[in-house]
Design a protein around this ligand. Structure first.
Ligand code: G3P
Ligand code: MG
Length: 531
């Protein structure tokens, strides 16, 4: 083993995995050694990729790089030119809106002349970008309790504090979890000093909400205390059990663990697990007690129909097993990367194979899985629509006849995403609903005009021209951004799992030092009209 001067490099480089050229890649585990031998062919990882590496990303669809708000204003102007009022009652208000949008757009020519690239440098009015961002959290925004210092300024820029006066919609896609999305939003708001809405957040377990109607009794694993039980109940699961309930029922299940009085308080006490069928096991968050959790998970997997204390003949009658993500390692405030939920998966798969001779069947969520990608696209689409609606609402509130400067100032203020966002969220409900795509059922008269206008220009807002995905882990983040849709643009940062001087196993389109540099790069790139 050589002596390495840079401790972070030493600690995070890999000695176990390699890219196609046999160059060591950056993402496996901790130490670096002279012996950087690539893995022998025939090595079989327990972490199946679900064929993601063989997937072809969807080709980039034609989309406009005119800002979203200008596209909207253009449609509005078009609509009134064609004399197609939204409805009788809204006519006057609509005319006012058109005037204001014309003021806001006075420096802009909306024609995208024959095939020529739209020149953004002529635009300086506040507007909503046609492009968007999605951020990983651990290793990009924070490392454990420490917020990465560049993150605040990055968000400020996206919230409109940039020389182009552009508001860029963004969401977060983390494999982390263990708290409700609303809590995560509160935590991020504090860290980032701006309002982050729960509808901007996808955690590893968020798309697992879609399983709620499939299973009656589920065992939810991971997280602190019974928080994950509460999250699952919030997602609509009917009967949610946690490993502590099983240990309360029969302490001998995990011989070396004694429940504390605190733990006993949160247990469901009236459940006989030898008579209660567990239909599915959902690993929501990192296990706090691997030994006990593994005992219980494996026992159920081998059981006759999901009843504790039974063993099936062919080991094929156990409950379905789901993992919220498969990150083998992740970035915290410790100098070494830490084993994550993927490592628990490996461990269970190895034990299962040792016992049964069979491969473990797992359904995986999180990055880089396709299901999570589709979910993220929906959440981003909803969020872009919310941001645009807010922009329109601000425009509607501007008194008629206000001069261009005042209009500009008011729009700029809206760009700070103030309390209006709360209005949007209470109206729309939680992002965790897979079906919460584009429908607005509100009867709120204040918002009637906006809805009618938005509906008139189409319920589907245009595709983002580019989605910049900023992550620190090549295996999950870069693979996620590269594998599913060509309009996603992967940016790898150096503040987490990936460390400079190593070769990422999955090649990003761009490497930047940190999240702020990533944001600056993308805004510049878009302003030059490259996006
Ligand atoms: O457990 C969380 C971790 O594996 C990764 O979180 O935000 O980097 O996707 P994130
Ligand atoms: Mg990360």
């Amino acid at each position: 083993m050589t002596e390495i001067n840079n401790p972070r490099l030493f600690l995070r480089r890999s000695n176990t995995s390699s890219n196609l050229n046999g160059v060591p890649s950056a993402t496996k585990f901790g130490t670096i050694s002279d012996d950087r031998t690539p893995r022998k062919s025939g090595f079989q990882s327990f972490l199946n990729n679900d064929g993601i590496d063989q997937m072809k990303p969807e080709p980039k669809k034609a989309s406009s790089s005119i800002s979203l708000s200008d596209q909207w204003a253009g449609s509005l102007q078009q609509m009134t030119k064609l004399n197609e009022p939204v409805d009788e009652e809204s006519n006057a208000a609509l005319e006012g809106l058109v005037k204001k949008s014309q003021t806001a757009l006075s420096s802009l020519s909306l024609t995208e002349s024959s095939g020529k690239r739209y020149r953004k440098k002529i635009i300086d009015h506040p507007r909503v970008a046609s492009y968007a961002f999605a951020f990983d959290i651990d290793g990009v925004i924070k490392n454990g309790p420490q917020t990465i210092p560049y993150a605040r300024e990055a968000m400020r820029m996206l919230n409109g504090d940039n020389k182009y006066r552009i508001l860029v919609p963004y969401i977060f896609v983390t494999n982390g979890g263990g708290n409700p999305e609303s809590e995560r939003a509160k935590d991020l708001s504090k860290r980032l000093d701006c309002e982050i809405n729960e509808e901007q957040i996808i955690q590893g377990h968020t798309p697992m909400k879609s399983l709620a109607s499939l299973y009656k009794n589920v065992l939810v694993v991971g997280g602190v205390g019974d928080t994950c039980r509460k999250i699952a109940e919030g997602y609509g699961f009917e009967n949610v059990y946690i490993p502590l309930d099983v240990m309360y029922w029969n302490p001998a299940v995990s011989p070396y663990y004694t429940l504390s009085e605190e733990e006993k308080k949160i247990c469901k006490k009236d459940v006989n697990f030898s008579k209660t069928k567990i239909d599915a096991i959902l690993v929501f968050a990192d296990s706090r007690n691997w030994a006990a959790d593994e005992q219980i998970i494996l026992e159920l997997l081998l059981s006759k129909g999901g009843y504790m204390g039974t063993v099936s003949k062919n080991y094929n009658q156990g409950p379905a097993l789901y993992f919220a993500h498969s990150d083998f390692i992740w970035s915290t405030d410790y100098k070494l990367s830490r084993y994550g939920m993927g490592a628990l998966q490996v461990s269970i798969a190895a034990l299962y194979k040792e016992t049964t001779g069979k491969e473990l069947k797992v359904t995986r969520f999180g990055k880089p899985q396709r299901g999570t990608f589709k979910f993220a696209k929906k959440v981003l689409s909803n969020w872009r629509r919310d941001v645009l609606e807010e922009y329109v609402e601000v425009l509607a509130e501007i008194p008629d006849g206000e001069d261009e400067d005042a209009v500009t100032k008011r729009l700029a203020k809206s760009i700070n995403m103030g309390p209006m966002k709360k209005k949007c969220s209470s109206r729309r409900g939680s992002n965790t609903s897979m079906s919460s795509t584009e429908s607005d059922e509100s009867g709120d008269s204040d918002e009637g005009l906006t809805f009618r206008v938005m509906n008139a220009i189409g319920r589907q807002i245009p595709q983002p021209s580019t989605v910049y995905f900023v992550g620190d882990t090549p295996d999950s983040d870069i693979r996620f951004a590269n594998s599913h849709d060509e309009s996603w643009y992967s940016i790898l940062v150096k503040t987490g799992v990936y460390q400079e001087g190593t070769v990422p196993k999955y090649q990003p389109k761009k490497i930047e030092d940190n999240v702020l540099e990533a944001v600056k790069f993308a805004i510049r790139r878009e302003a030059k009209g490259i996006g």
